[in-house]
Write a protein that binds this ligand. Structure first.
Ligand code: E4P
Length: 217
């Protein structure tokens, strides 16, 4: 499973990128607001930093304006994926931008039928929002599994990009059901390395090592 980082914070991306953990980055208008940065400038910096796809989201709601914004965002760097919402206008923009050879990430997906439409429109990525479904007591992971089945049934090439990941359990479940990609906040990716038995075991090994009086270096 590929790891995308869901942030517009350059330092956090750089830290994970040094470990080879970053296959791509996703941003959205809320993350741009949180970063306090100009969208064009920060997107360029991120795209220069990582090799994989960097999603930058349009904010227009009409197809023609989305297409214009998408072309401008895609012009920032070769590795930009234009993010459009899963509306009828967004699907139209997806189709046009895909036919121009651009990567498109269709976002705000909450149903398997929406994902089917995005694949038909030629999306590079479909972004089902797991956490936001869980927030309203629906099963986000069931949606990922349903989309996996549908895409595999018909050999759609659109990649499932599990989004709105809130926990390490979400990360595990995404890998388990065969999501192609997950995009998660840096803190979730880092938390995947944590285990209390690792901490406890390390503490015991270091205590015993101290007693040996030896040094490696
Ligand atoms: C990524 O593409 C999404 O915009 C993001 O994962 C949404 O996450 P949230 O529901 O935690 O805001």
């Amino acid at each position: 499973m590929k790891f995308f980082v869901d942030t517009a914070e350059i330092e956090a991306i750089a830290e994970l990128n040094e470990l080879g953990m970053v296959d791509g980055v996703t941003t959205n208008p809320s993350l741009i607001l949180k970063s306090g940065r100009d969208i064009l400038e920060v997107t360029k910096e991120i795209a220069d930093l990582v090799d994989g796809p960097v999603s930058a989201e349009v904010v227009a709601t009409e197809a023609d304006a989305m297409i214009e914004e998408g072309r401008k965002l895609a012009g920032i760097a070769e590795n930009i994926a234009v993010k459009v919402p899963l509306t009828w206008a967004g699907l139209k923009a997806c189709n046009v931008l895909t036919n121009e050879g651009r990567m498109v990430n269709v976002t705000l997906c909450f149903s398997a039928n929406q994902a089917l439409l995005a694949a038909k429109a030629g999306a590079t990525f479909i972004s089902p929002f797991i956490g936001r479904l869980d927030d309203i007591n629906l099963d986000g992971m069931e949606l990922i599994a349903d989309i996996r089945t549908i895409y595999d049934n018909y050999d759609f090439q659109t990649e499932i990009l599990a989004a709105s990941i809130r926990s390490v359990n979400h990360a595990f479940q995404c890998a388990h059901v065969g999501s192609d990609v997950m995009t998660a906040p840096p803190k979730v990716i880092k938390a995947m390395a944590e285990h209390p038995l690792t901490d406890k075991g390390l503490e015991a090994f270091l205590a015993d090592w101290e007693k040996t009086g030896q040094k490696i270096l």
